[in-house]
Write a protein that binds this ligand. Structure first.
Ligand SMILES: Cc1cc2nc3c(=O)[nH]c(=O)nc-3n(C[C@H](O)[C@H](O)[C@H](O)COP(=O)(O)OP(=O)(O)OC[C@H]3O[C@@H](n4cnc5c(N)ncnc54)[C@H](O)[C@@H]3O)c2cc1C
Length: 451
């Protein structure tokens, strides 16, 4: 049993073991399915706290895993040290350079709000409650993906603590190899205490979502697939076949129904946005239509993602194309009338700016695909995980013909095999990432997936 009292003396934040009352709270996040029971959780408050923890971990041969909001939890953390980064929060904006300095445990919400006050927006993801750093390390495909690319394309620098406890700056000029890796390489590359992100000025935004009833699921899906083939490069859309749960909070006509959510985001004038959206909007009468001139502060409402913690799992892939037959295959597995335990199956139209790498390149996977696929299962019902896994496997098998050779790590879910994991990046990128991980973390203090 490790004596953690020297660590308590070395860091300013709390060092909690299972014997402490605050232990479970510190490890509670968005996904409540996975219970975390490491030897200790350290609530770091600064880069120095992180560095001291890394040195302690190395001396005692203890693995360190990073925990922020828990949106990316796909397993229980049951050993060693968990580094809780939520206290590394905060955002400051320099309107002259349009650079936001974001703490390593900050969620997108405060960044979006602070940026909007200057008429600016971060190229964030679909949910305000996701951690900015965890998201950016995986690349990040959000509601403005087609107009602005992967979110990590907008990162201008990282402050990171290596596996050896060194505090390093990584930018295009300083430690460029690590900078390349951190923009999409995700884990095992150090603990990020601060990230610099370039914000974009957006004068007008026409965005929101439309919910269509069961009868419209198929026609809207088909209209959307046709729409994406000629969609302007600056319009980002996605669709999700959703099974609304049979619970009181859902109003009666919708309770337990299969519906289709269409999301639309166009960073431009409402009149032009309306014109572009018209062919989709007119397919069928909607249950709800929130597409409107949208204040920048509300951009994370486009997808209407859940914000409250719950129990869920997700799996995903990138698709090279989506056509009439892809939709036949999808509807066969998850269409209305199918009894399948997946609460949402989402297709996002990406491509556009996501296809162009940044100057100097970056490690993000998934640039060659035009669509992403994510299947989400609710795990609120005890014992349902095997059924959700089976449904996801059936869906992936049905869509195999369209699945791209490489996926993207933020949407990969919990890779089950080393091959699955490696598929989140192009093969040469995966190999280069492995070499960089060995340099910044020679003793594998930060174990990561199958890397
Ligand atoms: C509701 C929801 C919506 C989402 N929307 C999108 C989306 O639109 N686009 C998209 O691309 N992805 C999306 N994701 C996926 C999400 O980006 C990833 O799950 C991401 O890893 C979450 O990061 P986190 O810090 O919030 O979560 P956590 O589970 O706390 O962290 C996940 C991992 O991120 C790393 N990490 C986090 N903080 C740090 C840090 N400071 N230093 C080093 N490593 C760190 C660690 O490897 C950690 O294991 C979504 C997920 C959910 C659940």
């Amino acid at each position: 049993m490790t004596d953690f009292s020297p660590l308590r003396g070395a860091v300013a934040g709390p060092v909690l073991t299972p014997a402490d009352d605050e232990f479970a709270d510190e490890l509670s996040g968005f996904n409540l399915f996975w219970e975390h029971t490491p030897d200790v959780v350290v609530g770091v408050t600064s880069a120095d706290d992180v560095a001291a923890t890394m040195r302690f971990a190395r001396e005692h041969s203890l693995p360190v895993r990073v925990f922020s909001t828990g949106h990316g939890s796909h397993e229980s953390l049951t050993e060693g040290i968990v580094l809780s980064v939520k206290r590394l929060s905060g955002v400051s904006i320099d309107p002259a350079t349009r650079i936001a300095t974001i703490g390593g445990g900050t969620t997108w919400g405060p960044v979006i709000e602070a940026a909007a006050a200057h008429g600016l927006a971060p190229i964030a993801g679909s949910a305000a409650t996701v951690g900015a750093v965890g998201y950016l390390l995986g690349g990040g495909l959000g509601p403005l993906a087609r107009s602005h690319g992967f979110s990590s394309d907008w990162v201008r620098g990282f402050s990171v603590v290596s596996g050896t406890g060194e505090i390093i700056t990584a930018t295009a000029e300083e430690n460029p190899e690590l900078f390349w890796a951190l923009r999409g390489g995700k884990g095992g590359l150090g603990v990020v205490t601060e990230v610099l992100v370039e914000l974009v000025p957006i004068a007008e935004l026409y965005a929101g979502n439309i919910l269509f009833p069961t009868s419209a699921v198929e026609p809207v899906l088909r209209a959307w697939s046709a729409f994406t083939r000629t969609a302007p490069a600056d319009v980002t859309t996605s669709v999700a076949v959703m099974r609304l749960p049979p619970i009181e909070q859902i109003p009666e006509p919708l309770r337990g129904q299969t519906v289709l959510a269409l999301r639309f985001a166009y960073p431009g004038a409402a009149s032009e946005g309306e014109r572009i959206l018209a062919p989709l909007r007119s397919v069928a009468p909607a249950i709800l239509d929130t597409v409107r001139p949208m204040p920048l502060a509300e951009i994370a409402s486009v997808h209407a993602d859940p914000t409250e913690p719950g129990k869920s799992t997700s799996s995903g892939a990138m698709l090279a194309s989506v056509d009439y037959r892809t939709l036949d295959a999808l509807l066969e597995v998850v269409g209305p009338g199918r009894n399948v335990p997946l609460v949402a199956v989402e297709l996002r139209h990406v491509g556009g700016a996501t296809r162009t790498d940044v100057a100097g390149e970056s490690a993000v996977g998934g640039r060659t695909a035009d669509y992403s696929l994510v299947a989400i299962g609710s795990l609120m019902q005890p014992g349902i995980l095997p059924a959700v896994d089976a449904a996801t496997t059936a869906l992936m098998a049905a869509l195999e013909e369209w699945i791209s050779p490489e996926t993207t790590i933020n949407f990969a879910g919990a890779p089950r095999t080393a091959d699955d994991f490696a598929r989140a990046w192009p093969a040469p990128v995966f190999e280069r990432l492995s070499r960089i991980r060995r340099t910044v973390d020679p003793d594998r203090v930060l174990p990561y997936g199958f890397a």
